[in-house]
Design a protein. Structure first.
Length: 567
């Protein structure tokens, strides 16, 4: 239990270092505790909350007016108390008291836009005259649609309401869940998972860190709400890589102003000089803006990389302590066994056994510990290792492999803007998969029809042998590139304005169309290549180097006796 708490504490530290902004939206928002009013002046629950308020916009009356605020006692939210409590955690809490009397749709849009940019959003359920949650539902529906369109994102929305808790599931959770199902119906990968007092958005059956939680104003005071909300956020994010990702973003946020100080506007003279230098060369002039863009991306991204590589917080997020505490955190009830597969063998381990295995950091006791756990060291070292808990989780291994190798893919790229054909581009033509290995310098500043070099994946369905993975509309695609590459060449016309080969957006997909006709079943036709994504530069460069080394091999007609002795 102690280890589980230690991991949670570490996750809490990571979360609070990341979180910065909170939005609280409530029509009963005000400064000061309502119970400070004399007993005979406490407003009743049946008081008309829609009455005009000539005060400061937060429910407070003019200083010369001693009339108590016209608010519903059980629905009142003390913004000052809430903001102070969040400030103790280093978070900025903005309060918004909506006015739906003028332009309802505009008010909903403004709340949605602000909530979308906030790290955490807190919404009242009954903010309109009808008191049916229509405003909160409209905002949450828009957030869900926007997040699904982006392919999913981390999101926590808290409904903080004075509605009695006995009505939470029937009057709030069920109603909101039905609305959300309709709102995201167009996104096939996403669905709704309803639990007690909360709703999760899931992608392909797996939680994607998107949740709506319903909390009661009657049981949680405003000064206690921040701690509860942050703990709810930690429930969504506490994991090894998720903590590391949050730490990365927090470090970049923390160093943003240092970065801006370093790359200040005085450097514009040097930068514009570089742009003018590019313009001075006739062959690069048409692509000046693209060259400037790539230069800027490389410059800033390397600076960010340097920040992360020297981050002590990031190192701590994946420390040995956190690694060894992880099993007890992820399997806190110790109800299931971890199943570790290595090659054709497998072994079940409990929390303590897996922690012991993760704690091994020396050769002195490694083999002996494996043997004590019932694992053959020689088999463990040679076989591909995968870890499971409960259900089969092969897709998680595929997902990590895809993230490791690809910059972007068709699953996450939702723009209709064209993509360019260059080194690392993965395309599909019929049942064949190809990766472009054209040198980057030969993919730019094109003026005429140009041949592009591709290598073909030789992966066969059902085979266990593959060395590349990319996520597509139809799941994860495996690719295999072997030393004896199948090299293909296809020609394309460049875009006259940009000097690059650009895709066409056809039926929700990006396609590259070859310029030359190729025979297909005896009929000449142009070939269309569906864009699937792009490999990371290091991966694509490795493939290109392998192709080059194969082409540069020198064959010698050596006598057999000498050849055999060289092995």
């Amino acid at each position: 239990m102690a280890n589980e708490e230690n991991f949670k504490t570490s996750s809490l530290i990571v979360a609070t270092s990341y979180l910065q902004t909170v939005l609280a939206v409530d029509d009963q928002l005000g400064f000061g505790q309502i119970n400070n009013f004399p007993d005979d002046e406490i407003p009743s629950d049946d008081m008309d909350s829609s009455a005009s308020d000539p005060g400061d916009g937060f429910g407070n009356q003019d200083a010369t007016d001693n009339t108590p605020p016209k608010v519903e006692f059980s629905h009142y939210l003390d913004y000052q108390m809430l903001a102070n409590s969040f400030s103790e955690m280093g978070l900025i809490c903005s309060g918004l008291k909506p006015d739906f009397s003028d332009d309802y749709d505009k008010c909903i849009y403004n709340i949605y836009k602000t909530a979308k940019n906030a790290d955490l959003a807190i919404l009242d359920w009954e903010m309109e005259k009808q008191k049916d949650g229509s405003a909160a539902r409209a905002v949450i529906n828009e957030l869900a649609k926007s997040d699904c369109k982006e392919g999913g994102r981390l999101r926590l929305v808290v409904i903080y309401t004075g509605v009695p808790e006995v009505h939470f599931n029937k009057d709030i959770v069920d109603v909101l869940a039905n609305n959300l199902k309709d709102s995201i119906a167009q996104f096939d990968d996403f669905s709704i998972n309803v639990k007690l007092n909360e709703i999760d958005l899931v992608k392909n059956g797996n939680s994607c860190g998107w949740r709506v939680v319903v909390l009661s104003k009657n049981s949680i005071e405003p000064d206690k709400l921040p701690e509860r909300v942050v703990n709810e956020f930690v429930e969504l994010t506490s994991g090894m890589l998720s903590n590391s990702a949050l730490t990365c973003v927090a470090e970049i946020r923390d160093k943003t102003h240092n970065l801006l100080f370093k790359y200040n506007k005085k450097l514009d003279f040097a930068f514009i000089s570089h742009v003018l230098g590019v313009m001075s060369l006739p062959e690069s002039r048409p692509n000046t803006h693209n060259v400037a863009f790539d230069y800027t991306v490389d410059l800033i991204s390397e600076e960010i990389r340097a920040i992360l590589q020297t981050s002590e917080k990031l190192k701590d997020s994946i420390s040995e302590r956190n690694l060894t505490e992880w099993p007890k955190h992820i399997n806190s009830g110790n109800d299931d066994k971890f199943k570790i597969n290595f090659g054709n063998d497998n072994k079940e381990l409990d929390n303590d056994e897996l922690s012991e295995l993760l704690a091994l950091n020396s050769h002195h006791n490694y083999d002996q510990t494996l043997t004590d756990l019932g694992i053959t060291p020689s088999k463990f070292k040679k076989g591909a290792i995968s870890l499971r808990l409960g259900e089969e989780q092969d897709n998680f291994m595929m997902n990590l492999s895809s993230l490791e190798q690809t910059r972007r893919n068709v699953k996450l790229y939702n723009s209709q803007l064209p993509v360019s054909l260059k080194q690392g581009t993965v395309v599909e033509c019929g049942n064949d998969l190809y990766v472009c290995v054209q040198p980057l310098c030969d993919s730019l500043r094109l003026k005429v029809e140009t041949d592009f070099i591709f290598i073909k994946s030789t992966y066969e369905d059902g085979s266990k042998k593959f060395n590349s993975v990319i996520e597509s509309d139809n799941g994860f695609l495996k690719m295999l590139f072997v030393p004896n590459f199948i090299v293909k060449s296809f020609s394309f016309y460049p875009d006259k304005g940009r000097g690059e080969v650009l895709s066409e957006f056809i039926e929700n997909n990006h396609f590259f169309t070859s310029s030359a006709y190729h025979c297909h079943e005896g009929v000449p036709e142009v070939m269309k290549f569906k864009w699937l994504g792009e490999l990371k530069s290091s991966v694509s460069q490795s493939l290109s180097n392998s192709v080059a080394s194969q082409l540069l091999r020198v064959g010698l007609d050596t006598n057999e006796w000498l050849r055999l002795h060289s092995r």
